[in-house]
Ligand binder design. Structure first.
Ligand code: NAD
Ligand code: UDP
Length: 308
């Protein structure tokens, strides 16, 4: 098949391009390089089945493709808050343009949604049927509401135009090719520990997240895209739940060195807890994450040792 990956030069997108090429598909990677890097996909450039297109998803695009994965959107809070209006446009216009193309060429289209659609969740762990607790006017809203609107568009194109959609809600994912200055917690802690700097825990560090290793996540994407019974939304994430203090201590233990923990103010609207209910993915995709946090952290630390 010929497959379009928007945001293909980013952290998740580049791993997805790798897997699709390994499976023998042709891949068109579309990216505006806002947070993506050529180094993430440099190894793919000599591959005759790989094409790179510099383009912004807020402007329409036309390709003859069989499948579309729409991943284009900054994912780290400092990056998506850098230009919040652009973030909303990227989610909403990117979804409309991906869906419009899917409708024209009759391609199956995948949306990278997020656990942020649950906001600061009042239900724990979060099943797909939970509608969420999102502040519509806060600093995180450009991302959360943009992604919620993208989901709405996906389901309206599905109902109104019979577009063949798949929607995944991704929970915090980490691994090699995260940007060293990405600003998300796993890359921050590892880079700080490798530099011998103190680890910046926001607030008292009692807030929780559930961390999925990138290879597990991409396997979930491919399984959802390959089957016909479920369109989603499906949670994909690792249900292992850790406080940020536990993550900091684990990182210090694995990296070693002189770093200690220092506390900085908690950002506004920071969700207090997050953990996926993955019953649906287990049942319909026969998917369950295989890489435990310690193993995934070791692999990610090995990557960052080559970068820092
Ligand atoms: P990333 O920032 O590494 O990748 C995003 C990619 O999209 C980058 O290559 C960037 O240059 C590109 N991009 C951004 N705006 C664009 C635009 N207007 N036009 C074209 N390209 C654009 O982030 P990631 O972690 O790889 O996230 C990929 C997708 O997965 C995003 O949609 C994100 O919302 C979603 N997601 C990620 C996580 C996670 O933990 N990594 C969690 C939930 C959802
Ligand atoms: N966080 C932290 N130190 C950092 C970066 C993040 O303590 O250097 C916290 C942040 O406040 C949040 C959690 O780690 O509670 C996850 O943050 P991240 O930005 O990785 O993802 P998200 O908040 O979008 O889940």
């Amino acid at each position: 098949m010929r497959v379009l990956v928007t945001g293909g030069a980013g952290f998740l997108g580049s791993h997805l391009c790798d897997r699709l090429l390994e499976q023998g598909h042709e891949v068109i990677c579309l990216d505006n390089f806002f947070t993506g890097r050529k180094s993430n996909i440099a190894h793919l450039l000599p591959n005759p089945n790989f094409e790179l297109v510099r383009h912004d998803v807020i402007d329409p695009f036309k390709f003859e493709v069989d499948q579309i994965y729409n991943l284009a959107c900054p994912a780290s809070p400092p990056h998506y808050q850098f230009n919040p209006i652009k973030t909303t446009k990227t989610s909403v216009m990117g979804a409309i343009n991906s869906l419009g193309l899917a409708k024209r060429v009759r391609a199956r289209v995948f949306q990278a949604s997020t656990s942020e659609v649950y906001g600061d969740p009042a239900v724990h762990p979060q099943p797909e049927g939970y509608w969420g607790n999102v502040n519509p006017i806060g600093l995180r809203s450009c991302y959360d509401e943009g992604k919620r609107c993208a989901e709405t568009l996906f389901f309206d194109y599905h109902r109104e135009n019979d577009v063949d959609i798949r929607v995944v809600r991704i929970f915090n994912t980490y691994g090699p090719r995260m940007h060293p200055n990405d600003g998300r917690v796993v890359s921050n802690f590892i880079v700080q520990a490798l530099r011998g700097e103190d680890l910046t825990v926001y607030g008292d560090g009692s807030q929780t997240r559930s961390f999925c290793y990138v290879d597990d996540l991409i396997e979930g994407f491919l399984r959802l895209m390959a089957q016909t019974a479920t369109v989603g939304p499906v949670n994909i994430g690792n249900p292992g739940e850790f406080t940020m203090l536990e993550l900091a201590e684990q990182t210090l233990k694995l990296v070693g060195g002189p770093s200690k923990i220092k506390h900085l103010p908690l950002p506004a609207d920071d969700p207090k807890q997050r953990r996926p209910d993955i019953t649906l993915a287990q049942k319909h995709l026969d998917w369950t994450p295989a890489v435990p946090l310690e193993e995934g952290l070791k692999r990610t630390i090995a990557y960052f040792r080559t970068q820092v």
